[in-house]
Design a protein around this ligand. Structure first.
Ligand code: ATP
Length: 718
């Protein structure tokens, strides 16, 4: 016997703590109408996991709590505990006794305890389902539901059968798997949508990151090229500067040497200059004297002119051969003319002596006038004599001076030429030095330019080490172009935005997470589909294999209940049998249809059956099920209500027959049914409006106590 004891407190009409010992194969609960019998079966159903208040004959959870009466205050909570004997290991837990307790408080909060540990409602439903128990179906048949099997829809019938066959566990698992599948599919859809949503932005961020990475590569190549190129440039320019400095230094040395030489030449020149005594001065004087002589000569010319005029005049008066005089004076005139062009003193002297001779020839033919002319002639001759003397002196002096000056001039010219040469040389060297300095300046400027260019492009010129020959001269231009290209590329990429990088990293990891999630979901969807298929297969196989026997048993029980006829349970033609390795859709579940033929009746439609007949068919189905798969217990609440005495007795006999395998809790008013019970509980309503239990253990041969029997007997339900 599985059920051991039921304890109620504050549950519906059971205000006080009430205990029902269920230690029997058939336990009958009897009592007057409204005494609280069905409240006991409600408690059992509630403990077995019923969720729907309606099935507990209430509208909300609070209705389960004792509401109070005029004399008895209401309870704060309702509690019902069912004790199971687990010594046979019926439940897969390590307890000899299993207790399941359910409790509800007025705020609607429900608690469930399995051996005092709180568990969820869902878990207790699973727990019972694993052991083929449940609140629905045929394990507990409520009052007024004796015809439940007939009334139900084909699919509901199937579920009842499945529950009693213990397939509910698979159904629950399948429902759970389907719920998970739906969730997974939903989440998959969401994740896919999210991926789609972030994809464009992620692509943009990825491109940015690629650009930034590319930027690093370009930057590295650029640095490398810059190092080589500028290193080479700086090296070349430094070498050039060095060369120019060295050359300038040597030119400067040259200049200083030349300057010394120039100084020496200048000194020499000065010395030569200072060695020029009075020679030039003396020559000047001589020349002055010469000028004077020339001036004197002019005077002589004038004087001779006068003499010429006088002679011409005296000739006409005296008859002197005028022609002769004219020719003499003509000669004198020519000589004087000649002397005017002459600078050589000795020649002038010669000319003058010729003139004196001619003048003597002209003397002969004059009288008094001639005597004057003679005086003048004397004077002129004397002067000429003096002139000759002076000229002679000058001649000596000039000769002497000319010899001295020629030597000086030669020396001066040599010294002067040397001095000038030194000056020219210095000039040439200075020009060369200036050119060198200019070149140096230009080179320095170019070096500065390069450094400035480097600084502008973000490089510290100090980090570039000068080298030489890293890049061949003929490649420099191409390298420079490449550097410019790299710089342009970098400029177009722009600076690295740390924010973008961070965002890219976050978005990437989010994307990665979603991809993994999609993978996981895909896998779990495959697994869940496989599980669902497997469960469908199990349900189908178990069901189909039991169903035939159930149908045969049903036929037997119909025959018993109706003294003939036949019955058949038929599966609706819609079930798709799941195939191995086939991604078949979830097979549709075929419901169970009932086909009966009763003696002397044509049954086209189950609706035409009477209430009692419907109950009998349902009872036949219930026992067919029980015979194929006996449940550990059945709770039947007045399923005999519509049965006549004969059929109630038949029910009693069937209960007795199956009680060896199944424990029965039966609420009944029927004496025939009470008689098969080995434990009888009487429920009464006390004056304070609460239910009370009276127990009476019966031995198999005991009669049902008269009082109770009468009591019950009076109240068969219509
Ligand atoms: P019958 O033989 O007519 O079917 P019964 O013995 O099965 O009767 P129940 O339906 O079990 O009777 O009990 C109904 C009684 O329980 C009613 O009198 C009802 O007032 C009482 N009852 C139900 N819920 C509560 C509650 N929350 N508080 C107090 N009493 C309640």
């Amino acid at each position: 016997m599985l059920l051991k004891r039921l304890e109620l407190q504050g549950f519906k009409s059971f205000a006080d703590k009430t205990s029902l010992d269920l230690d029997g194969r058939v336990i009958s609960i009897v009592g007057p109408n409204g005494s609280g019998k069905s409240n006991v079966t409600d408690a059992l159903r509630w403990i077995l996991g019923e969720r729907d208040a309606k099935n507990l004959r209430s509208s909300r959870a609070e209705d389960l709590i004792f509401a109070g009466t005029q004399t008895k205050p209401r309870a704060g909570l309702a509690q019902a505990t069912l004790y199971f004997d687990n010594s046979t290991g019926f439940f897969p837990v390590d307890f000899n006794e299993v207790s399941v307790s359910r409790r509800v408080s007025r705020d609607g909060a429900t608690q469930i305890f399995l051996n005092k540990s709180e568990i969820r409602l869902k878990d207790i439903i699973d727990f019972f389902a694993k052991s083929r128990l449940g609140a629905r179906g045929l394990t507990t048949v409520n009052q007024g539901e004796s015809d439940i099997f007939i009334r139900s829809l084909p699919i509901e019938r199937r579920m009842m059968i499945e529950e009693i066959l213990g397939l509910k566990e698979f159904r629950l698992k399948k429902a759970e798997a389907e719920r998970k599948l739906k969730n997974s599919e939903l989440n998959l859809e969401k994740a896919a949508a999210l991926i789609e949503e972030i994809k464009p932005h992620l692509n943009f961020l990825r491109r940015q990151v690629t650009r930034y990475n590319n930027r690093e590569n370009i930057l590295e190549s650029l640095r490398d090229l810059e190092n080589k190129f500028y290193g080479s440039q700086i090296g070349t320019l430094n070498a050039e500067l060095q060369r120019l400095a060295e050359e300038a230094q040597s030119v400067e040395k040259e200049i200083s040497v030349k300057k010394k030489e120039e100084l020496a030449a200048e000194e020499e020149l000065n010395r030569v200059k200072s060695s020029e005594p009075e020679a030039a001065e003396s020559l000047k004087k001589i020349r002055d004297e010469k000028n004077k002589l020339l001036s004197r000569r002019g005077d002589l010319q004038r004087d001779l002119g006068k003499i010429e005029a006088k002679l011409e005049l005296s000739g006409r008066k005296t008859g002197v051969d005028a022609g002769r005089l004219l020719s003499v004076f003509g000669e004198i005139k020519e000589l004087i003319k000649e002397s005017l062009n002459e600078t050589d003193l000795s020649k002038i002297k010669t000319i003058l002596s010729k003139v004196a001779g001619l003048l003597g020839q002209a003397e002969g033919g004059s009288g008094e006038e001639d005597a004057d002319i003679g005086l003048e002639k004397e004077k002129l001759l004397s002067e000429i004599k003096n002139l000759e003397k002076e000229i002679e002196d000058f001649g000596f002096e000039e000769d002497k001076l000319n010899v001295g000056i020629r030597g000086f001039n030669e020396e001066f010219s040599r010294a002067f030429t040397l001095f000038e040469e030194k000056k020219r040389e210095i000039e040439a060297f200075t020009q060369r030095l200036n050119r060198l300095l200019l070149d140096k300046e230009k080179t320095s400027f170019r070096l500065e330019e390069i450094k400035r260019e480097l600084s502008e492009s973000g490089r510290d010129p100090r980090t570039i080490s000068a080298s030489n020959g890293d890049i061949p001269e003929n490649e420099k231009e191409a390298v420079k172009r490449q550097i410019m290209r790299f710089r342009q590329e970098l400029a177009s990429i722009g600076d690295v935005d740390q924010g973008t990088l961070k965002e890219a990293e976050e978005t990437e990891s989010r994307h990665g997470f979603l991809v993994t999630q999609i993978d996981d979901l895909d896998k779990s969807i495959i697994d869940l589909k496989a599980l669902i298929k497997e469960l469908d297969g199990k349900i189908h196989d178990n069901f189909v294999s039991a169903f035939k026997s159930i149908s045969e048993e049903f036929d037997k029980f119909i025959k018993i209940m109706f003294d003939g006829g036949n019955g058949k349970l038929i599966l609706e033609k819609r079930e798709v049998v799941p195939q191995e390795n086939e991604a078949a859709p979830t097979p549709e579940v075929a419901g169970v249809e009932i086909e009966i033929n009763l003696p002397k009746k044509r049954i086209k439609n189950l609706e035409v059956l009477s209430g009692g007949e419907k109950s009998l068919v349902s009872i036949a189905a219930l026992f067919a099920l029980v015979s194929v798969s006996p449940p550990p217990f059945l709770v039947l609440d007045e399923i005999d209500a519509t049965l006549d005495e004969r059929n109630a007795r038949r029910l009693g006999q069937m209960v007795k027959r199956f009680a060896t395998k199944t424990q029965f809790i039966i609420v009944t008013h029927n004496r025939a049914v009470m008689e098969v019970a080995d434990m009888l509980y009487g429920v009464t309503m006390t004056p304070d409006g609460t239910s009370r239990i009276l127990s009476l253990k019966l031995s198999p041969n005991d009669e049902v106590p008269e009082t109770l029997g009468e009591d019950v007997h009076e109240a068969p339900r219509p």
